[in-house]
Design a protein around this ligand. Structure first.
Ligand code: GLN
Length: 538
């Protein structure tokens, strides 16, 4: 362990969904604003190697980093709050830990010893936690332990924390997030679940240093005193985490509770300057006082679970603020869209976004939505599968290629306008065939995309198997759909546009992963701007 690196472990008790990710990101933001270089790591106690193979209905969106890691959506929050990229090292699952340990066992690294949860699994966990400290880039590493204390799955993680607290007493603290429920029949907030949750931690050998108490009502002094007394924490370490209007309010709420100060005190670090959050406050001010509003349809097949499109909906919040406009997202199920109802379903929208996705379900509705946007001059933004749908729609309805399709869905199509690259076909292991992570893209001068970015050289993150089939490019361009962005090394089409349309852009990459509070994504900003123009014109 590097001498200078400090560790904050964030655990959760009582129930899941308390918002550990947002509390961790908010704390990191405050420490960053005080001048500490901070990163956040998420440990997920499930046995999947990564969330890449998970259905979005399970844990929401799969977030992708520059280095091509498929990760938990909390990493998206970390990036949006901190404006610092994360990497593979920031998300670890039980599957990955066990995989590493088993590989070492097979190589003979354990020299004939019996391989056990303690010490081998816990050592692997500790190594992964400390990996982020190796290059000395970070002063503080916040490690969020997924799940709820007491779950069987999280036991090895809590044990690893216990060992780290013992081995590096002065460099580690534990922030425990708990629930203080309001019982309306009694008209009271109840501290007992918190007491029990701390007791459970103590049975595992871990005494939390700070308690963040999720609550719907104010925690008064009497309650704070009670929690402090029963749970062995100082009064100033009982932090109220009240429900907030927006996740972007939480850093300021945590600042008011002095969470950052208490953390620094307990870590023995100087407080340095008080956090400069003026840009953050300006963002919030604009978020809460928009001067106009637009209505944008998000066409997807996982719309029942909004977390499936987390980065897209957050990117719209950032882009809305950049345009001082409230973006009202209308979540539209692509499976419910047909030729017959498309007009009535999409009528009145100022912009249409067709979402990423995999597989057959809902694709015909997505293609209908593209056609509606193209024919009615409604600003259109297609992301990944959304871009592929735009290509298929254009092939069928403009180029007359009747059964044009992606080979992901129809191997037999006469017009495979979206297909798999030869070199990808050769990689057979499921979960290993995707184009993942950051790739360069060269944009054409004067394209709408280029104007939005203000540069011709960009880099964006990918997560897909199929590509625009360059065999058809000439025909598309002749008919008015242009490839305005290409990978400079492979010539793969990354961006398509219809210049003869107010705003029609499809991107093979995922711009939403790179939108942050400090840097709203230029394409989302331009799309919202086009939606505003469309609304005014109407
Ligand atoms: N299913 C498509 C592909 O694999 C698109 C993936 C996506 O939208 N992320 O190419």
């Amino acid at each position: 362990m590097s001498n200078s690196t400090k560790y904050v472990f964030v655990t959760g008790g009582v129930t899941s969904s308390l918002g550990k990710g947002i509390i961790s990101a908010s704390l990191a933001k405050l420490l960053q604003a005080r001048g500490y270089s901070t990163t956040i790591q998420k440990l997920d106690p499930y046995i999947n190697i990564d969330p890449g193979t998970l259905n979005p209905y399970e844990h929401g969106e799969c977030f992708v980093t520059d280095d091509g890691a498929e990760t938990d959506l909390d990493l998206g929050h970390y990036e949006r709050f901190l404006n610092v990229p994360t990497s593979q090292a920031n998300n670890i699952t039980t599957g990955r830990i066990y995989q590493a340990v088993i590989e070492k066992e097979r190589r003979g690294d354990y020299l004939g010893k019996t391989v056990q949860v303690i010490p081998h699994i816990t050592d692997e966990i500790k190594d992964r936690i400390q990996l982020l400290a190796h290059d000395g880039k970070f002063d503080i590493i916040i490690t969020e332990i997924g799940g709820t204390v007491g779950d069987i799955e999280s036991l090895p993680y809590v044990e690893a924390v216990r060992q780290m607290l013992w081995e590096h007493e002065n460099d580690c603290i534990v922030v425990h997030l708990t629930l203080v429920p309001y019982l309306s029949a009694a008209g009271e907030l109840k501290t007992k679940p918190t007491q029990h949750s701390v007791k459970q931690m103590m049975e595992l050998g871990v005494q939390p240093d700070i308690l963040c108490c999720r609550t719907e009502h104010e925690l008064d002094l009497t309650l704070r005193r009670k929690i402090a007394k029963f749970c062995n924490v100082s009064m100033n370490a009982v932090i109220e985490a009240k429900d907030a209007e927006s996740i972007y309010d939480v850093p300021l709420l945590m600042q008011a509770e002095e969470l950052d100060k208490v953390v620094l005190e307990k870590l023995g670090l100087p407080k340095k300057a008080s956090p400069n959050l003026s840009d953050w406050k300006t963002f919030l001010e604009k978020l809460k006082h928009p001067t106009s509003e637009v209505s944008i349809g998000l066409i997807g097949k996982y719309v029942e679970l909004k977390d499936s499109y987390k980065s897209i909906s957050e990117a719209f919040i950032h882009a809305g603020v950049a345009n001082e406009t409230k973006v009202n997202l209308k979540w539209i199920h692509s499976e419910a869209l047909t030729k017959q109802n498309i007009e009535s379903e999409l009528n009145g929208l100022d912009g249409i976004l067709v979402a990423p996705g995999f597989g057959t379900r809902g694709i015909s509705g997505k293609i209908e939505a593209v056609q509606y946007a193209r024919l009615n001059n409604v600003p259109f933004f297609g992301i990944c599968l959304g871009m592929q749908c735009a290509v298929i729609e254009f092939a069928r309805n403009v180029l007359g290629m009747e059964d044009a399709h992606t080979t992901e869905i129809s191997e037999e199509t006469n017009y495979p306008v979206i297909s798999m690259m030869e070199e990808q076909k050769r990689i057979s292991n499921f979960g290993g065939t995707m184009r993942l992570g950051a790739y360069k893209c060269q944009l054409k001068p004067k394209a709408k995309t280029t104007n939005a970015y203000g540069t011709e050289n960009i880099s964006e993150r990918h997560r897909h198997r199929y590509e625009f089939n360059n065999q058809y490019l000439q025909q598309f361009e002749k008919a008015g759909m242009m490839a305005t962005g290409k990978n400079p090394e492979t010539g793969l089409v990354e961006v398509i546009e219809i210049p003869n349309h107010p705003w029609f852009v499809g991107v093979q990459f995922h711009p939403e992963y790179k939108s942050t509070v400090a840097k709203p994504h230029p394409l989302f900003v331009a799309f919202v701007h086009a939606a505003i123009k469309h609304k005014i014109k109407d």
